[in-house]
Write a protein that binds this ligand. Structure first.
Ligand code: C2E
Ligand code: MG
Ligand code: MG
Length: 676
């Protein structure tokens, strides 16, 4: 706020006040002084007439009774000593004037008579009549005219000192004003400075220091109290605003973002950066929540919502956004899932399974055991869809569909829904497969350049009860996207170790190395090293006979931790091979830090190397890299003699492919071994 400029000065005002008060007092006093002075003069003059009467009474007696005219000169001489006496006339008792005196010595005609006693003032003259006594006899009367000081005479007489004194008073007033003004202005300036500071910095927690024990001190105290209450009310307002702001964006019951904030946040993310092609949004609705509310009451209903919200947050810690958008509706948004649509669909299934896991457990609220069911609308959307509201609308459409058709879940796209349903069926079958041990390991033998075998790769197969043997691509992605990978992965490791221990008993296979595929999630698991060691120990096999195949892409997750894990495995003398080399990591920089034994050229390059110059160069380069970094290089997907010859020509010494052997069940491998 702009402040007005104040021109007034307390000093000037105070000077004016002091001056006017002192002037007033001064003039009134002067008037009173003059009046008293006049009165005093009157009395003095009267006294003087009496004195004159007394002084000249003897001479007058001589003059009147003895008719001694010579005393007249004495009387005149005596009267001349009274400077104020203008004239005097002496009357006998019979009223005749026998003597007159005039200050200027001129004779005059007496005017008026001599009254016995009294006086009157006429202008500047006091006329006094005094009886003359001598030796107890009254023998005449003297009428005198004396110089009388009038009010104006006296006023005029002291005017110059008065003016000088007045000027002195003015000077003194201004000195006093500036002295006393400071007593007022200093505390006021202190207050102004303080308030300006508060205004500039907006620090309401500032307080003015109170050193004055007067009204200013009280004023400061009141200002401090006012600031404190202002600060408190501002704090309360701020808190209330925050609460309003919070409630505008969050659900007060669960603390989750509401629909508005969800759309805003999602839109921000879409606009900021979209890294992957496919994204997921799930809309979860509690089935018949109204019935639950009516049956058990709102308090229990609210607690169920809170528990569900907490479970969702715990279970889906890895997802981008969770929100509550209706009374019993939740949103789960998982951004940048994958560039692979198939993988994104599998991820949805994994999420649906995790949701099922949450609701399959009962909620215990105030001693009540409650079970809820949910409907889920699922949406796997591409990055081309850039409107958060539209994505939400589609997902909500899917949810409405699930509710209408009384299904557990429904996808926005029917084609995806069909695929997801198939995968979900596979997932359900896989649950049984793990329990009933429907898996089997096939082995694909690996060769040296002289055709001799030095080991094999263990490749999983699922012996499905109705569909027969299923290749890994049909189920491994589903296993990998769910927690089943940990059980299945351990099963593979254990069975591979078991097979290795059997090979140990045969001199032909004693030196064979068995390669096992380990998925990224499985490798990243905290207890992976323990599991490997446990399996090795259980079957008592030499550590260096087990080879773990990891994908090159694993290194892009958390390079340092992964390298440390590889290092530890190497310290245990376990072999490490990088599978599908050439397809995953963009920089070759990392190779120098990798303590691996083997790299496995991806089969796509082998398939292409005979016709495609680029593939050929890649294959040659990988072989040369291996030589330079002292890794073994194995070629995978060696299907023909031509492949084999060319690879040998390029300097490759190890091979795996249909040209030598297909993945086979152990019985067939045993037959091959028997013929060696
Ligand atoms: P991979 O580890 O790269 O395995 C090599 C795949 O190439 C195997 O397919 C094998 O049968 C196939 N193959 C080998 N030589 C040739 C050839 O000359 N021509 C052609 N066309 N194919 C050849 P498979 O057994 O279907 O396995 C596919 C993938 O499944 C594996 O690729 C591996 O990534 C995964 N997998 C297999 N078993 C396991 C397992 O126990 N655990 C995990 N996590 N993944 C596994
Ligand atoms: Mg492999
Ligand atoms: Mg491979």
């Amino acid at each position: 706020m702009k402040t007005k400029n104040y021109s007034g000065s307390i000093k000037r005002k105070l000077a004016k006040i002091i001056l006017s008060v002192t002037s007033l007092v001064f003039f009134i006093s002067y008037f009173v002084f003059v009046i008293i002075y006049v009165k005093h003069e009157d009395r003095r003059t009267q006294k003087l007439t009496e004195t004159i009467g007394v002084v000249i009474s003897q001479d007058l007696a001589k003059l009147i009774f003895l008719n001694n005219v010579s005393v007249a000169a004495d009387i005149t001489t005596k009267l001349q000593s009274f400077k104020m006496l203008k004239s005097a006339v002496v009357y006998k008792n019979n009223g005749s004037a026998i003597y007159q005196y005039s200050k200027n010595g001129k004779s005059f005609t007496p005017d008026g008579k001599c009254k016995k006693q009294g006086y009157k003032i006429v202008g500047e003259t006091l006329i006094s009549s005094t009886t003359i006594h001598y030796s107890g006899n009254n023998f005449g009367c003297i009428r005198m005219k004396l110089q009388h000081m009038t009010f104006f005479n006296i006023f005029k007489k002291y005017l110059l000192p008065l003016v000088l004194f007045y000027l002195f008073i003015v000077l003194l007033s201004s000195v006093l004003a500036s002295f006393y003004a400071k007593k007022f202005t200093n505390p006021i300036l202190k207050l102004i400075n303080f308030l300006e500071g508060v205004e500039l910095d907006a620090f309401l927690d500032r307080r003015i220091e109170i050193t004055e024990d007067d009204e200013f001190g009280k004023l400061y105290e009141e200002i401090n109290i006012m600031l404190e209450s202002l600060q408190n009310s501002l704090k309360e307002k701020e808190e209330a605003d925050k609460k309003v702001e919070y409630l505008r964006e969050y659900d007060s019951l669960t603390g989750l973002p509401n629909k508005d904030l969800f759309i805003k946040s999602l839109q921000k993310q879409i606009d900021y950066k979209t890294l992957k092609e496919w994204h997921i949004m799930l809309c979860v609705d509690i089935d018949k929540f109204k019935v639950l509310n009516d049956l058990y009451g709102h308090e229990i209903g609210d607690t169920v919502l809170q528990l569900l919200a907490r479970s969702l947050q715990k279970e889906f810690r890895d997802v981008t956004l969770i929100a509550k958008i209706g009374i019993d509706e939740f949103l789960i948004c998982y951004r940048n899932v994958s560039d692979d649509k198939e993988y994104a669909i599998q991820k949805v299934e994994d999420m649906l399974n995790r949701l099922n896991g949450i609701v399959s457990n009962s909620f215990y609220v105030h001693g009540e055991e409650l079970n809820i069911a949910i409907h889920v609308g699922a949406n796997v959307y591409s990055k081309n869809l850039t409107s958060a509201s539209e994505i939400l609308q589609q997902t909500d459409g899917a949810l409405q569909n699930a509710k209408k058709e009384e299904k557990k879940f429904s996808f926005y796209s029917k084609e995806i829904e069909k695929k997801a349903q198939e995968n979900l069926d596979i997932y359900n079958d896989l649950l049984v497969a793990v329990k009933e041990n429907q898996f089997e390991l096939f082995y694909q033998l690996q060769n040296r350049d002289d055709g001799s075998y030095f080991g094999a790769e263990a490749l999983i197969r699922w012996n499905h009860p109705t569909l027969g043997f299923l290749a890994p691509f049909k189920f491994i992605p589903i296993v990998e996207s769910s927690n089943l990978i940990f059980d299945v992965g351990t099963w593979v490791l254990e069975n591979a170790c078991k097979q290795l221990s059997l090979w140990q008993e045969n001199s032909k296979t004693k030196d064979w190395v068995l390669a096992v595929n380990v998925s990224t999630r499985q490798f990243a698991q905290d207890d992976f090293l323990d599991i490997v060691q446990r399996c090795i120990k259980k079957y008592d096999i030499p550590h260096n006979k087990l080879k773990i195949e990891i994908l090159e892409s694993l290194l892009s997750n958390d390079f340092e931790t992964m390298v440390q894990k590889i290092q530890k495995l190497r310290e245990l003398d376990i072999q490490i091979s990088i599978d599908d080399f050439g397809t995953g990591y963009s920089s070759l920089q990392y190779l120098k830090y990798l303590p691996v034994n083997q790299i496995k050229i991806d089969q796509s390059f082998i398939f292409g190397m005979l016709e495609n110059e680029a593939d050929k160069i890649i294959v040659q380069s990988i072989i040369n890299l291996g030589k330079a970094f002292k890794f073994d290089v194995i070629a995978e997907g060696v299907e023909t003699k031509e492949h084999f010859e060319k690879l040998k020509e390029y300097g490759c010494h190890y091979f795996q492919g249909y040209y030598f052997a297909r993945p086979e069940p152990i019985e067939k491998i045993e037959k091959v071994v028997a013929q060696l």
